[in-house]
Design a protein around this ligand. Structure first.
Ligand SMILES: [Fe+2]
Ligand SMILES: [Fe+2]
Length: 483
């Protein structure tokens, strides 16, 4: 077994942000424990200042275990990255313990809160991941990988996190450790356990939390790895979660009876602009008609701009679909007078079959760059999800980052929405922002994003596509279809 203490966001300073008592309690607990390694996921200091680094170096001398430290956005303020290298550079390196490689990455961008993995840092990570054939891989960075609950307005997710998630999937990363948001959270994303630590000694905590850190145990390496995460709060309370990577039940998975076949499309972007490809849209509809699914769900951007004749044209083209069509508005649909026209030409009502409830969710607010459901919207969604039936939720904005894409269309309250969808046992979530097809599983919820159906300016290296989704009692199968 390999045991790790995961601390984050110490925010060491002579100012008010730093809670020295919490720091001392945490370090005492860690020194008394039998951990092999201490991992600090960044924001060592509060402002990246020299006296803060000196104070931090003095305090870190009290840690009696081997150490990995990554820089946080606060550490690189005021050109603090020079000081980080000087004081903590020796701890920013790959460490191998008992068959596990712990690989640190730098997600910081000087003087902004946002996370990003720039080209060369991404290349360095790829090299490190693919040179590891025998060991279990754990990646360590400051910023969070996807929106987390109880963190207010979503900001600063690693902007090319979709690429990172895809890389973790393809290279078999067992765990990703981060901090930054000052909340404890742990989810399983496909075959990676994503662990966020609360703030260990920063006074800024969320929802009245006391400071915390994590003990993480990696165990039983014969068929993957069991990861046990224990959040250790400074007041003595604890939370524990256990995950198996890969999931041991996978080999004996029984899909159960097939319930439905649906096709998911988005970004038809009907218009008379050059990049709208009517010929492609017609071909796509023909391809869907051959499949003859039970339903077609359009996840938004039906038209390229909220112009009435575009809506008229879209209705005419989409009427060639043989299957029933369900839609939600995208950003473009609500532009100009589109927020009026949309409801003139389409309707938006939850729909139910004998076993499944479909819930459309509007996340677009007119002329806003980012999406937001809002607290009333969350209450509405919670109510809609109170049913024993299987639940499928569809909306425009992506909830999880999409590969080959920079996160520009963040859903501001995505973290809280994701938590609600998980807690309510939603089977499938369909989104349509980001112009690239992507399927991943977070806990037991399948998240599927669709690419561009007929708009030429997209981010899908495979071209125009739609998703064919087969829903079984115990499983969801997704295929991307090109045409
Ligand atoms: Fe922080
Ligand atoms: Fe941070």
């Amino acid at each position: 077994m390999v045991k790790v203490a995961h601390i984050s966001d110490t925010h060491i300073t002579y100012g008010n942000a730093f809670n020295r008592t919490a720091f001392d309690i945490a370090i005492e607990k860690i020194n008394k424990s039998d951990v092999d390694l201490v991992i600090h996921t960044g924001d060592v200091t509060d402002q990246g200042l020299r006296d803060e680094y000196e104070y931090a170096a003095f305090l870190f001398n009290k840690i009696e275990k081997p150490l990995i430290v990554v820089p946080g956005n606060h550490d690189v303020r005021n050109v603090g990255y020079e000081l980080f290298d000087r004081f903590f550079g020796q701890f920013f390196k790959k460490v191998e313990v008992g068959g596990i490689s712990f690989i640190p990455i730098d997600t910081t961008v000087p003087d902004v809160g946002d996370g990003e993995l720039d080209f060369y840092e991404m290349e360095r990570l790829k090299e490190k991941l693919f040179e590891e054939k025998e060991t279990i891989k754990v990646v360590i960075g400051h910023h969070h990988l996807f929106p987390l609950p109880f963190t207010g307005r979503e900001r600063n997710v690693i902007s090319n996190s979709g690429d990172l998630i895809e890389l973790f999937n393809s290279s078999g990363v067992a765990a990703y450790l981060s901090g930054h948001k000052h909340v404890f959270n742990v989810y399983k994303l496909s075959d990676t356990v994503v662990i966020n630590a609360g703030a260990v000694s920063c006074r800024k905590t969320r929802k009245g939390d006391v400071n915390s850190f994590n003990f993480i145990n990696f165990d039983n390496f014969t068929n993957g790895v069991d990861v046990t995460v224990i959040a250790e709060y400074i007041d003595g309370s604890r939370e524990r979660k256990i995950f198996s990577i890969p999931e041991k039940s996978k080999a004996i998975s029984d899909k159960g009876a097939k319930l439905l076949t649906i096709v998911q499309i988005s970004n038809t972007c009907v218009s008379d602009r050059f990049y709208f490809r009517q010929d492609v849209m017609e071909k796509g509809i023909e391809t869907i008609n051959k499949i003859n699914p039970d339903f077609v769900i359009h996840c938004g951007n039906i038209v390229d701009a909220g112009v009435e004749r575009y809506f008229e044209r879209a209705v005419a083209l989409l009427s060639n679909l043989k299957s029933s069509l369900m839609v939600v508005p995208g950003r473009n649909d609500f532009s100009f007078n589109g927020d009026i026209f949309f409801f003139r030409y389409f309707s938006l009502k939850p729909f139910e079959t004998e076993k499944i409830k479909f819930v459309p969710v509007v996340t677009v607010n007119k002329d806003a760059k980012t999406g937001r459901l809002g607290r009333s919207g969350l209450k509405f969604l919670k109510k809609e999800l109170e049913t024993e039936k299987e639940k499928i939720v569809y909306l425009h904005h992506n909830l999880l980052p999409v590969p080959h894409n920079r996160e520009t269309g963040i859903l501001e309250d995505a973290g809280d929405i994701i938590k609600l969808l998980i807690d309510k046992g939603v089977k499938l979530v369909l989104t349509g922002y980001g112009d690239n097809s992507f399927f991943t599983k977070l806990e037991n919820v399948s998240f599927v994003n669709s690419g561009s159906f007929s708009w030429e300016l997209h981010n899908n290296p495979a071209g125009f596509s739609f998703n064919l989704i087969e829903i079984y009692e115990n499983d969801v199968c997704v295929k991307e279809i090109y045409f």
